[in-house]
Design a protein around this ligand. Structure first.
Ligand code: SF4
Length: 741
């Protein structure tokens, strides 16, 4: 099969053109805003509880409510639920969620506004059988499935009911799994087989989803589906997408994973309705989904611009999205948009007084704290920051970035007192000494404003002078901010000073996407001239970054322009910057929820593109929550595992225990197991398939009973719920994955 062509512009945020599918009175796709939806987790036969929860969801801003219909009785009760909601004046459209029960789907299509089917289990076998299907057997099986599916298509068409063809990673049919594997391609082919039946019957009110708990897989699958649909009908508005990350878990990690996967796709212009799946009260999903849609969808026009929700003046800077001349870039911005691959780069060493740090190449994506005010009040800030960083050893801040600024009082350091001037290098040395006294050796990098406007010129001159004379302390690297006004002479003197002192250099470019190629060209030219003047070899090359708040599109512009400019040379590592604390905002562990979601959307999108060798988060407040957030984002993007990963379903009417409470109990016992993936799933019907690549599974299999898995293998059945957490811990020990807390 030929490689698919990208169906979106990687350099500009534009919404994918789709037809409109009406779900009752709610339009999905076209020019409609991104619709927010969620799902009840009550027993569908409990009409009162389901109606109450659906009404709460609608009140919170949920525009479409899904309810599971595991049996014919459940499907029939949707009529009662609908009636009771109408009696309360709630007109939110309902979706019936169907797995394995075509008969229930046929009933639901008489009652609700939309039916969701899973192609992996609508009428296909799902027994994890490994066998070869030859072409004739495959076609025969497919025709059997189509024959079961066709009546539902005809009923939906006749009743004006929409349909979601919702494929999930890990829940493909045996037929598809054996031919394509549990891959994005398998997910896409599985959905398209069902679309063939719909189109053959002239039914087009179809919405697609391609969910996975693995953000990289979800992004690849949605992009691949968009490309395949574009191939089927080039230039025509396509089908809308329902976007989500399934089994995302709860709390910060559930929010971060959702923001990465959903946000990355919305940034690509892909997504018309979204659901955030949290193992919490579903009502709490709604504000999270709204915020992700606002962050990532506003640029594409898929989320209404709301002046009240405009960024606060002190929030991360945003570049004008449509700014600049048309971009002419030759190199693709990512290695492979349909399968996560990390962008290959050369390795750069950042110096530290004792042990340095490698960035890029085979090194994991590194974590840096960017503390802009750390040099302002030298005495107490240096000591305070050192103590704070020393207290973080479990989650190791690997690198520290401080900014040379001409603000604050002149310190009591000998040099400053006598000259009456700020001595940034002296302050860095003091910070290094404070850290060393606590046994910490990490690279301290120093940022300067390349343009050196006004009084800051003194500070920049002092830094460059110290570097040139060899009196500077060991710097991790010199970071120079560059914008359109920076004179070439400044760039050259910075590059020369860095080279003479053998200090690695990073050019931090201003964020206007239209200007990035030119800024980059000037920075590289200045580096090349300085290299020649200093008689250095070709290996002296800069790192690159954009100022905090850069969009994923701007980062792609940088990477593509870099590849154009760097043709043939080993690619430079790229630093991803974010600013996470806004004045006066504190929330989850010190970082507010909007700030956490924004960092996850922006950094996660680039990381899932395979771009980024160092994540540098700017924060004026406590270091711990910010460093912790950087590691959580790396784990959410599946790039660096530093803690236990939980894959827990959001629960629904099939759930056989209190999922939130059970997940909390299991977390309390296991959350120190770095790198272990544990699935907590509410039912045996879907749980085993959808727990995807978990190492251990805890799956409800009957009232008060749990089945335990190692990988996809059942190892213990019908374990009483009270004993199950202990048995799970035993299993982890038996499999050599346990360490004591
Ligand atoms: S795995 Fe969880 S959310 Fe999915 S069907 Fe089962 S109980 Fe419902």
């Amino acid at each position: 099969m030929p490689a698919p062509r990208l169906s979106f512009d990687p350099f500009r945020a534009r919404r994918r053109a789709t037809r409109v599918v009406m779900v009752g009175s709610v339009g999905v796709g076209g020019d409609h805003p991104i619709r927010i939806q969620s799902m009840t987790n009550t027993n569908t036969l409990d009409t009162d509880a389901t109606v109450r929860q659906a009404a709460r969801l609608a009140e919170a801003g949920c525009e479409i409510v899904r309810i599971t219909a595991p049996s014919i009785r459940d499907a029939e009760n949707l009529r009662e639920i609908k009636r009771a909601l109408a009696a309360r004046g709630v007109s939110v459209p309902l979706v019936a969620d169907i797995h394995f029960t075509p008969n229930a789907a046929m009933i639901a299509a008489e009652i609700v506004e939309k039916v969701r089917i899973n192609p992996g289990n609508y009428a296909d076998k799902k027994r994890f059988e490994v066998r070869e299907y030859d072409d004739a057997e495959y076609a025969e099986e497919l025709e059997r499935v189509a024959a079961r599916f066709r009546p539902l298509v005809l009923r939906c068409k006749q009743n004006g009911v929409a349909m979601r063809i919702g494929t999930n990673h890990g829940s493909l049919s045996d037929r598809v799994m054996n031919r394509f594997g549990d891959t994005p391609q398998g997910m896409v082919e599985s959905a398209l087989e069902f679309l063939d039946v719909c189109e053959a019957e002239g039914f087009f009110d179809v919405v697609f989803s391609m969910k996975s708990s693995n953000t990289q897989v979800a992004i690849a699958a949605y992009r691949l589906l968009a490309a395949r649909l574009e191939e089927r009908a080039p230039g025509e508005p396509s089908y809308p997408f329902h976007v989500g990350v399934t089994e995302a878990g709860d709390a910060e990690d559930g929010r971060i994973k959702s923001a990465i996967g959903i946000g990355a796709l919305l940034e690509d212009g892909i997504g018309d309705t979204i659901r955030v799946s949290l193992t919490e009260d579903p009502v709490r999903e709604v504000p999270v989904a709204r915020e992700i849609a606002r962050i990532a969808g506003t640029k594409t026009g898929a989320w209404p611009r709301d002046p009240v929700a405009a960024p606060a003046p002190d929030s991360p800077r945003r570049e004008p999205i449509e700014a600049g001349e048309p971009l002419v870039l030759c190199a693709p911005p990512f290695p492979d948009p349909f399968a996560h691959t990390r962008r290959p780069t050369r390795t750069q060493s950042l110096a530290a007084p004792a042990v340095g740090l490698t960035v890029g190449g085979d090194a994991p994506v590194r974590v840096e704290l960017d503390r802009p005010g750390a040099l302002i009040r030298p005495a107490e800030t240096a000591a305070q920051l050192a103590v704070e960083l020393a207290g973080l050893r479990d989650i190791a801040c690997e690198s520290l970035l401080v900014t040379a600024a001409n603000t604050g009082a002149v310190g009591d350091r000998e040099g400053e007192a006598s000259t009456g001037r700020v001595d940034p290098l002296g302050r860095v040395a003091q910070l290094g000494a404070e850290l060393a006294s606590l046994g910490l050796s990490l690279p301290i990098s120093l940022r300067i404003e390349a343009a050196a406007p006004g009084e800051s010129g003194d500070v920049v001159a002092a830094v460059l002078d110290g570097l040139a004379r060899g009196t500077a302390p060991t710097l991790g690297r010199l970071v120079a901010r560059v914008d359109g006004d920076t004179p070439m002479a400044s760039l050259r003197s910075i590059a020369e000073a860095a080279m003479r002192s053998e200090t690695p250099i990073e050019w931090e470019l201003a964020v206007d996407p239209g200007a990035i190629p030119d800024l980059l060209r000037r920075a590289l030219e200045a580096t090349a001239i300085a290299k020649q003047a200093a008689g250095k070899d070709d290996e002296v090359r800069p790192m690159l970054s954009l100022a905090p708040g850069a969009s994923p599109q701007a980062v792609r512009v940088l990477v593509s322009a870099l590849a154009d400019a760097d043709a043939g040379a080993a690619p430079a590592p790229v630093v991803l910057r974010g600013a996470v604390t806004r004045a006066g905002e504190r929330g989850v562990q010190g970082v507010s929820e909007p700030a956490l979601l924004e960092a996850a959307v922006r950094l996660g999108s680039s990381l899932c593109d395979g771009i980024g060798d160092l994540v540098s988060l700017e924060a004026a407040g406590p270091a711990g929550p910010v460093v912790d957030l950087a590691y959580r984002i790396l784990q959410g993007a599946r790039l660096r595992t530093t803690r236990t990963e939980y894959i827990s379903c959001p629960s629904c009417g099939r759930t056989l225990f209190d999922l939130e409470e059970t997940t909390a109990r299991i977390k309390a016992r296991t959350d120190h197991l770095s790198g272990v993936k544990i699935a907590v799933m509410g039912c045996i019907v879907n749980g085993p398939g959808e727990m995807a690549d978990a190492d251990f599974g805890y799956v409800g299999s009957g009232v008060g009973q749990v089945t335990l898995y190692v990988g996809k293998q059942i190892v213990e059945r019908a374990v009483p719920e009270a004993e199950a957490p202990d048995r799970l811990v035993e299993l982890i020990k038996q499999n050599g994955r346990w360490v004591d807390a």
